[in-house]
Ligand binder design. Structure first.
Ligand SMILES: [Zn+2]
Length: 358
């Protein structure tokens, strides 16, 4: 009885005070969160690089004080909290200072924090043995792929919250057992989870036959448009497959060749030409993988990928697609409507109506 009463009393006590280190780290991370929340409510034209200026001085001071602390058991966990905050606002310099402090205080925790490489449209975080050199090389390839997407489709927005950069989490695994995937659950940004084998630089396909290069191109298709809402459950992979093979093929034929392309041999097995040939007798439709893919390839061959890109951009500009947890979901009805607004030539408009019979 007495023990139960004591326990009840203990449950009513306020939680013990957090350490000053954790308090400083939280002050910094909470301020980052507040900036992201305000931006997500009304993104406007602001880019993530503009948002850093909105971080209050007190938050930066809290980080400075944390970094100036002496070593203590509380320091490493607090630094990891601060590192998470720096990542959420793409604060590359701050992340570097936090990492440096972690290396002195707790090298094992520094490895957990990983490396950050920031580029104008995305940031790449390398963990679990991914070196800075590997990550820099990876970032160059992603820039090349995004350039390929620009040239083929011209999609304008790459993140669920407009203006925020896309994230790639690149982590080493002894053997790849799961393909890369688009992780839509983050609150303020879109992220691609990308497991890689232990190699000095990416090569594709891997010795085990995994198509890392095509995989990256495919996942970016998911980032652009999710579609499996309602009763149709198969088309979002076909969409990503279509954009993926279109971009692989485009980059493989690019002159001058990007220097990393000789390590990416995916186009021999994954290309739009191969799919077009495989589907030559299939009928466009929306109820089955081949039908959906044939629909997309037929649109590509009649109105062209730029019109498809412009249709998606138009639906975004007019906010005419569904958002779930801020992730953009499209359906073929909306794409058809937007295509008919974008495409002016009568013969091409007729083709859209024939391919997309909804
Ligand atoms: Zn997929």
């Amino acid at each position: 009885m007495r023990a139960a009463l004591l326990l009840a009393a203990a449950l009513l006590l306020p939680a013990p005070d957090v350490s000053p280190s954790v308090r400083r780290a939280k002050a910094f991370a909470d301020a980052v969160r507040a900036v992201n929340e305000r931006h997500a409510e009304k993104p406007g034209k602001a880019k993530e690089d503009d948002l850093a200026a909105l971080l209050p001085k007190e938050a930066r001071k809290a980080l400075d004080s944390l970094l100036a602390e002496k070593d203590s058991p509380d320091l490493a966990p607090a630094l990891l909290v601060a590192a998470g905050g720096a990542l959420d606002l793409d604060l590359e310099e701050e992340f570097g200072r936090i990492r440096e402090r972690l290396e002195k205080a707790a090298p094992a925790e520094a490895a957990k924090a990983g490396f950050l490489v920031s580029r104008p449209r995305f940031l790449a975080l390398g963990r679990d043995g991914v070196t800075r050199e590997y990550l820099e090389d990876f970032a160059g390839i992603v820039e090349g792929i995004l350039g390929g997407y620009d040239e083929v489709f011209g999609f304008e927005e790459w993140s669920k919250v407009p203006g925020k950069k896309l994230r790639f989490l690149v982590h080493q695994v002894p053997r790849i057992t799961r393909p890369p995937h688009f992780a839509p659950e983050f609150e303020f940004h879109s992220q691609v989870d990308f497991p890689v084998p232990p190699e000095e630089r990416i090569t594709s396909p891997t010795p085990q036959g995994q198509f890392l290069f095509y995989g990256l191109c495919h996942e970016l298709g998911h980032v652009i448009a999710m579609m499996d809402r309602g009763s149709v459950k198969v088309d979002h992979h076909q969409w990503a497959h279509y954009t993926g093979v279109a971009v692989v093929e485009h980059l493989a034929g690019r002159k001058p060749e990007p220097p990393w392309l000789d390590r990416m041999r995916d186009a021999r097995w994954r290309s739009l030409t191969k799919e077009r040939e495989r589907l030559k007798d299939a009928k466009p439709g929306l109820d089955g993988e081949d039908g959906v893919l044939k629909t997309l390839v037929s649109l590509h061959d009649t109105v062209g990928p730029r019109a498809i890109g412009e249709a998606i951009n138009r639906l975004d500009r007019e906010d005419e697609r569904e958002r779930v947890n801020r992730v953009r979901y499209y359906d073929f009805k909306g794409i058809r409507k937007a295509l008919l607004e974008v495409v002016k030539e009568p013969a091409k408009r007729k083709a859209v109506e024939e391919i997309l019979k909804i």
